[in-house]
Write a protein that binds this ligand. Structure first.
Ligand code: HAM
Length: 410
């Protein structure tokens, strides 16, 4: 006996009843981006592996453990994209977008792949909404991006929203801080979880992300980057905060926010919902002023974010879509072709019209119309003139087919 196939671990099917809620998120996002002059970009689903190992960072979980990497027939190492930013920067450089008026503002909605341990809100194939403003170091861009995501999530009605904000400074100011933090971690090595200890030299900041209680206790007194910013970084961060304060959005300064990708500089932020369990992050991002240059482009400051569509939908917890049919055209055997043509005409006129595709009896067709929740049914039967039946009241009367569209009007 052959075994039954299942969707691969960590992946899921999006079934018809779930499509509507997704479409509403998409439409709200598309409209918000259009009003804020972000252009839509789509990049390939796979890229050279090195783009991500260099862009996202060799020391990150994403690169070390989570990439779906394969060798193609031409012996090239390719990777299913685990995130958008490195690929969008690659496209910015490849298409000479630095010659366009700056900043170049781009958005996308696409699937991504990370080989993570699946759990509620964490998948191996998931979807992100992504926004990038490339070619500006103005705090206005940071604030615009944060407010775009905050307004979008708020407008969709995501409950229990929380915004955490911090600054990671620039690589030069961070170098001294990393030494200070590393020394602190070494002094507390006995209290740290093994995986934190192992990566202490490589990526000390990730100690703040540990869920291990002893590590968390040890980190409570750790020095924070946000208290070690140099004058320029501090002024930039103060301006971002002033803009957010004036906009009225609530946020929490949280110096333990470090994010999981290596390219961040200065502002970092994350939106969470208290309706989500352990995977509470709805979306996050920040500034990445060195990434374009690191990938071979001109020195170009930039800022952006990504939000997880499945997490937004989980937090919204919307009802399944109700299927909708305005009119079901039921027909006796010899009237089927007429029904077929009539349905096409009704659909062209903008009505949701359906007919029987399963050779049911007339009675079976009326049952089907009922199951589909049709508002009305047209009955074509050579024994009598065409009938229009109101499916709610059960009232039935003769119908002049030439006036069907008018009578059923949307
Ligand atoms: P990220 O924090 O890695 O950032 O991902 C952004 C969001 O994607 C997360 O907050 C989460 O909602 C969702 N997400 C991530 N991994 C998964 C998963 N395995 N299953 C379900 N949802 C997931 C980035 O990707 C950056 N590229 C954001 C950015 C853009 N920074 C600057 N520009």
């Amino acid at each position: 006996m052959s075994s039954r196939f299942q969707a691969p671990r960590g992946t899921f099917d999006i079934l018809p009843g779930e499509a509507g809620a997704r479409a509403r998120v998409y439409e709200a996002a598309a409209s918000a981006f259009e009003r804020a002059s972000y252009g839509r970009i789509e990049t390939p689903i796979f890229e050279d592996t090195e783009l991500f190992s260099r862009g996202v960072g060799e020391s990150t979980d994403v690169v070390q453990k989570e990439m779906f990497t394969f060798i193609d027939q031409g012996d090239r190492s390719l990777t299913l994209r685990p995130e958008a930013t490195a690929a969008v920067c690659r496209a910015y450089i490849e298409h000479g977008m630095h010659r366009l008026p700056q900043p170049v503002k781009l958005w996308s909605w696409a699937p991504f792949w990370r080989h993570e341990r699946p759990q509620a809100g964490r998948f191996r194939q998931f979807h992100q909404l992504n926004a990038e403003a490339i070619g500006t170091d103005s705090p206005l861009a940071d604030a615009e991006l944060i407010l775009l995501l905050g307004d979008l999530l708020g407008g969709l009605g995501v409950p229990g929203l929380r915004l955490r904000l911090s600054s990671l400074g620039t690589p030069s100011s961070r170098a001294a801080y990393r030494e200070e933090l590393t020394a602190y971690l070494r002094a507390h090595e006995a209290e740290l979880a093994p995986e934190v200890r192992e990566r202490l030299a490589e990526n000390p900041l990730r100690a703040f992300d540990s869920k291990d209680p002893d590590t968390r206790a040890a980190m409570a007194e750790a020095p924070l980057m946000v208290d070690r910013l140099d004058a320029d970084d501090a002024e930039h961060f103060a301006e971002v905060r002033r803009l957010l304060d004036r906009s009225g959005i609530d946020y929490e300064l949280d110096g333990t926010l470090v994010r999981g990708l290596d390219y961040y500089t200065r502002t970092v932020f994350e939106f969470e919902s208290d309706r989500l369990g352990a995977q509470a992050a709805l979306g996050g991002g920040g500034r990445y002023d060195g990434l374009v240059e690191q990938l071979g482009g001109p020195s170009t400051p930039a800022c952006g974010w990504a939000a997880g569509i499945e997490r937004i939908l989980l937090a919204l917890d919307e009802e399944a879509d109700e299927p909708g049919v305005d009119v079901f055209v039921a027909a006796s055997e010899d009237q089927r072709e007429r029904a077929f043509a009539l349905v096409r005409e009704l659909r062209r006129a903008g009505l949701r019209a359906e007919l029987d595709l399963a050779e049911r009896s007339l009675k079976g067709q009326m049952k089907q119309a009922d199951r589909l929740g049709a508002r009305a049914a047209i009955v074509l039967d050579e024994q009598q003139p065409a009938q229009l039946r109101d499916m709610t009241s059960g009232e039935q009367r003769e119908l002049d087919l030439a006036r069907a569209v008018e009578e059923l009007g949307p």
